[in-house]
Design a protein around this ligand. Structure first.
Ligand SMILES: [Zn+2]
Length: 427
């Protein structure tokens, strides 16, 4: 055994960590300050041993490992982010203007890149910000250019070894979802990535018809959608009026067939109903008790982006977000960041695009406890992207999706991880 590791020499990728402690989905891993691992790919690490220093040093590979001493640091699995828009990274953080949600969407439509080379640059900067945030998996939205979703984000994410899903975004208000859905399906068939998977994102109930959702689900690809995000969305779905109708009219997309979907007094969740089975519904700020029941019955998952909801004033419109009620009802709730446009510039500069900052925000804003936050970070978020939960557990023999280290002053590693503020180091 020893000679096997010795033979691989300096290129073995073996490293031995010593730190203040470890945490994962289960919380603090008791009586543990050492870990021995091997780099097996750009984003994969195989854990050979974990325990006390004395225990880990008995492993035959220990002698050949690079020793990394991280006093005052907690080490945890690298993160997954359930919802981002990396192709908007170049826009940077922006205040929300007086025109509200519809004006904000107009701004994004104006500012988004059209050329693949520019999109790639923006996504590459997004990957740098994911790494800064200790993140190696993402549910990223690949926006459309002239009605066809771009494969540039998937190519960049794949090249960087990022796991998760590149959701190809499309708009399709026609009853059968054509031609937006067909173009998205053609793109999905045109590229076979290695580390990332391709999925589809019918953009939202106000920009994709129920038929488009049906067609997307029939593809068998992972599906996500923006849902129940703003008062403007509710106004359109329930009453067929308001700023989104004005926007659709301005774009020449409002007609009788489109109008027929709306104005039936339904909530956005009711509007899609059973079509939400297996779908990752993003935001869901606007939720009644019966909406929560419906999501549970349909088998939907939710991705909540706490700082984005606050940025858009969802609390003022709908009251506090009901993520804890969703979890209690058995609806999994993952954490995402949404785009950099809505992230606080200070947070973004220091920790990039980081769901740990979303968890810290919930802890500070709502007093949400550590077990629930770790459950969201390391169970519901990877599961929302179809990733194996074992890749987020610090067990001997497990292959994890990278490790992160962050300085902490707390004695309990799990609490230290969630309260941490300084830079994150990916290992
Ligand atoms: Zn989004």
């Amino acid at each position: 055994m020893a000679s096997h590791y010795a033979a691989r020499g300096a290129s073995s990728g073996l490293f031995a960590l010593r730190c203040a402690g470890f945490a994962d989905a289960r919380g603090t891993i008791p009586a543990t300050d050492s870990l021995l691992a091997q780099t097996t790919g750009p984003s994969t690490r195989k854990i050979l041993a974990i325990g006390t220093a004395a225990e880990v040093q008995t492993h035959p590979a220990w002698a050949y490992a690079d020793k990394i001493d991280l006093p005052g640091h907690v080490v945890a699995p690298a993160l997954a982010n359930a919802h981002a828009h990396l192709d908007l990274t170049h826009i940077g953080p922006q205040p929300i203007g007086p025109g509200g949600f519809a004006a904000w969407i107009d701004m994004v439509r104006r500012e988004r890149h059209a050329a693949d080379a520019d999109i790639e640059k923006s996504v590459l900067e997004g990957v740098r910000l994911l790494h800064l945030g200790g993140t190696l998996a993402v549910g990223d939205i690949a926006g459309s250019v002239a009605g066809t979703p771009s494969l540039a984000p998937a190519r960049v994410l794949d090249g960087a070894g990022i796991a998760g899903v590149s959701f190809l975004e499309f708009f399709a208000l026609s009853p059968d979802g054509s031609p937006g859905l067909d173009r998205a399906l053609q793109q999905a068939a045109a590229f076979t990535p290695r580390t990332i998977r391709l999925g589809l994102e019918p953009h939202a109930p106000y920009s994709a018809s129920p038929g488009a959702y049906e067609g997307a689900r029939a593809s068998g690809l992972p599906i996500c959608t923006h849902l129940a995000e703003s008062p403007a969305e509710r106004e359109l779905v329930a009453q067929a009026r308001g700023p989104i109708r004005d926007m659709l009219t301005g774009l020449g997309l409002w007609n009788q067939a489109v109008a027929a979907h709306f104005g039936r007094g339904r909530s956005p969740v009711e509007h899609l109903g059973g079509l939400l089975g297996g779908v990752l519904a993003v935001h869901v700020n606007d939720l009644s008790d019966s909406d929560i029941e419906l999501l549970h019955k349909a088998g939907a998952r939710v991705a909540y982006c706490p700082r984005a909801s606050d940025y858009f004033g969802a609390r003022d419109a709908f009251g506090p977000h009901r993520y804890r009620d969703l979890l209690e009802a058995g609806v999994p709730v993952a954490l995402g960041t949404d785009s950099v446009i809505n992230l606080p510039p200070g947070d973004l500069a220091e920790r990039g695009i980081c769901v740990l900052d979303e968890a810290r925000h919930l802890s500070q804003r709502d007093g949400t406890d550590a077990p629930l936050l770790l459950d969201m970070l390391y169970n519901h978020t990877p599961a929302a992207l179809g990733l194996p939960l074992g890749a987020f557990r610090l067990d001997a023999g497990a292959t994890v999706l990278g490790l992160l280290a962050v300085r902490t002053t707390r004695t309990d590693p799990a609490l230290g991880l969630l309260a941490s503020q300084g830079p994150i180091r990916l290992l």
